[in-house]
Design a protein. Structure first.
Length: 163
């Protein structure tokens, strides 16, 4: 038997003013779009903003549905739109945040498992890291250099692709 260890290294900031202007803009877009989420059941409004290689910012928010789990997370709304409209563009970064009406989100919002796997596939496909900028409702921020850092044991199956 052999034991292995997985470590995650990330940057942490107390507020958005500590970040570079591009990162600030991306997080601000995520905050703005989170307010437009369709979340009548959870009241948990998530926003995602993706920075593409051409400089465009694509946004998405969570979309709930009474026939749960028919809704979709903000990250997948944004990434699928980006891929459908700009299929050749590299995804440089994704900013994710959320706000709740009945409580304060004190820790940075990380993508769910399904969104991590989707992001991992895009990162693998483009063969370049996608930076994650995660922000809490109270302003605390974590920046992670790669999706692999939040999903180190991702599902791989290149053999499944039809050639």
């Amino acid at each position: 038997m052999k034991q292995q260890e997985i470590k995650i290294i990330y940057e942490e900031y107390e507020n958005i003013s500590e970040l570079q202007e591009t990162d600030q803009e991306l997080l601000i877009k995520a905050v703005e779009i989170s307010d437009k989420a369709y979340a009548p059941y959870s009241d948990y409004h998530v926003g995602a903003a993706i920075l593409l290689g051409n400089g465009k910012i694509i946004t998405g928010n969570n979309q709930e549905n009474v026939a749960y789990p028919s809704g979709l997370c903000a990250e997948r709304v944004a990434i699928y739109y980006a891929s459908s409209q700009y299929p050749e563009e590299e995804i440089l970064a994704i900013a994710i945040t959320a706000n709740a009406k009945n409580f304060s989100i004190k820790v940075p919002v990380a993508p769910c498992g399904a969104c991590r796997q989707v992001l991992a596939e895009y990162e693998t496909r483009q063969q370049n890291n996608i930076r994650l900028l995660l922000m809490s409702q109270t302003g605390k921020i974590q920046i992670i250099k790669s999706v692999k850092d939040v999903l180190p044991l991702m599902f791989h199956a290149e053999e499944l692709k039809k050639r």
